[in-house]
Design a protein around this ligand. Structure first.
Ligand code: NDP
Ligand code: 2IT
Length: 444
């Protein structure tokens, strides 16, 4: 099996889907040599089958805004692969959402969920709806209309959505309420629920905490530690906030946060009080960092990104392709040697390749940010048991899962005495479990 012919066939069938093709290329590049060494996967055409979603659902979402005007959006759910468990993955509400972006995310999710050790298949969904600038009532009406369509396709044993960009606790509440109303069933059909109505403690924190635990695993593997390290974080949403919180708890210095308006440089390091204020501003006020920086006299760079600030560790935690090759070069030139991807595919292929060549600790998103979906898996377990575990118990399981993901990466990504290739390790490690299940089921 050749990478070029695999990609040519994929490009022919999926024109105009650059993000999906980018994600598929990254996986195929690492997995095809492994497949060639294990011909059973090639004969059964496992990679071709994983790259074709089981189904891709698209539907109209019609709702009324506060002025009574009719609004039309598009909803999606990509059910990529359920070989090892129900489809599982987030919902993204953002004007940029399209089929290519959701297919990339659903494809990544298959490998990520496999790495978590929990029984979850891969899926992703969302809408081009923009929650920004909308009233709570508008967000509620949109979520209800969206779920009215989505509920046909999901279920606690079928497909279990959660949050992603633009979908947090508020949206999950409206979505879950509407599912419960329409189906007259209180089930674990969504994760990221509030703790009083079936949610898990630590789920809001889990992606950020997990990304920091993964960085700590990579450092420990080299006999090093996060304490005292200078760190840059991009984004200021759910993942970034709890990445920053855990970094502070580990005694690291957090130098930056960002959003679509630009970047704040905390020259003396972000304090716990500043982080709390940022959380309030982003989660309650739903404001921009530019206004927060103005009000607090902070060093703000409208055109800046965090990668120009000298650091040892970088946590790209906002959006795909936010870290380009030139940024990777600047990071490396400034001595950065740990990158833990809180976001999905934040590094462009050129940037990831540069990190790989440099032999630094580069944790790709499907490994580094898997703590979020892993804790969603723990929420599903608790829902099935009709029990709630304590904070300590969930956090301990999360740490155990991040440790085990790191071990899988080391197992499949070690080349002799060289540095661990985490891209290779995560892709092959994620592939094998799904591939073996598909082999067991025969041709379908
Ligand atoms: P949020 O919506 O909470 O936050 C997103 C953050 O990224 C915001 O600060 C937002 O800025 C910024 N951002 C979004 N788009 C852009 C853009 N085009 N350019 C610059 N900044 C941008 O989302 P999450 O924190 O949940 O998600 C962040 C990333 O982590 C995503 O890639 C997501 O797929 C990934 N992820 C999330 C998981 C989760 O459990 N939530 C799990 C695993 C991965 P602004 O505030 O201005 O909108
Ligand atoms: O990208 C991701 O892993 C998520 N947005 C979390 C998915 C989930 O089901 O918790």
């Amino acid at each position: 099996m050749e990478l070029s012919s695999f990609m040519e066939a994929l490009e022919r069938r999926n024109p105009g889907q650059p993000e999906f093709l980018q994600a598929a290329h990254e996986v195929a590049e690492k997995v095809i040599p492994y497949i060639n060494a294990h011909s059973v996967y090639e004969e059964a055409r496992i990679l071709e089958r994983i790259a074709e979603p089981d189904r891709a659902l698209m539907f109209r979402v019609t709702w009324e805004d506060d002025e009574g005007r009719v609004q039309v959006n598009r909803g999606y759910r990509i059910q990529q692969n359920n070989a090892i468990g129900p489809y599982k993955g987030g919902l993204r509400f953002d004007p940029s959402v399209n089929l290519s972006i959701l297919k990339f995310l659903a494809f990544e999710q298959v490998f990520k969920n496999s790495l978590t050790t929990l029984p979850m298949g891969g899926g992703k969904g969302g809408s081009d709806f923009d929650p920004k600038g909308k009233s709570d009532a508008e967000v509620m009406r949109f979520c209800q209309a969206f779920m009215t369509e989505l509920q046909r396709y999901i279920g606690a044993d079928t497909d279990v959505p959660a949050g992603d960009i633009g979908v947090g606790g508020r949206e999950i509440g409206y979505l879950f309420g509407q599912y419960k109303r329409l189906r007259n069933a209180f089930t674990g059909v969504l994760t990221g629920k509030g703790v009083g109505w079936g949610g898990s403690l630590i789920r809001p924190e889990a992606t950020g905490y997990g990304s920091v635990y993964f960085a700590q695993e990579m450092l420990r593997h080299r006999g090093d530690d996060l304490e005292g390290k200078r760190c840059v974080v991009s984004g200021s949403g759910n993942v970034s906030q709890y990445t920053a919180e855990k970094l502070l708890a580990f005694g690291a210095t957090v130098l930056t946060l960002s959003d679509r308006s630009g970047m704040i440089h905390f020259k003396d390091g972000l304090t716990t009080e500043q982080l709390q204020a940022v959380m309030h501003h982003k989660n309650e006020v739903r404001g921009r960092l530019s206004d927060f920086a103005d009000a607090n006299g902070l060093d703000f760079h409208a055109d800046g990104n965090p990668w120009s600030v000298p650091c040892a560790c970088a946590f790209p935690s906002a959006v795909q392709n936010e870290l380009a090759d030139a940024d990777a070069k600047v990071l490396l030139d400034n001595g950065c040697f740990v990158v833990s991807e809180g976001a999905n595919m934040p590094s462009t292929p050129e940037a990831a390749h540069r990190f790989e060549q440099a032999g630094i600790c580069f944790g790709p998103g499907k490994a580094a940010n898997a703590g979020g979906v892993a804790t969603s898996g723990l929420e599903m377990s608790q829902n099935s048991l009709r029990l709630s575990w304590s904070r300590e118990e969930v956090d301990e399981r999360l740490q155990g899962i991040m440790h085990s993901i790191h071990e899988t990466c080391v197992r499949y990504g070690s080349d002799g005495d060289g540095p661990v290739n985490y891209i290779k390790g995560a892709n092959i490690g994620g592939f094998v479990k799904v591939a073996d299940a598909m082999l067991a089921y025969g041709v379908m």
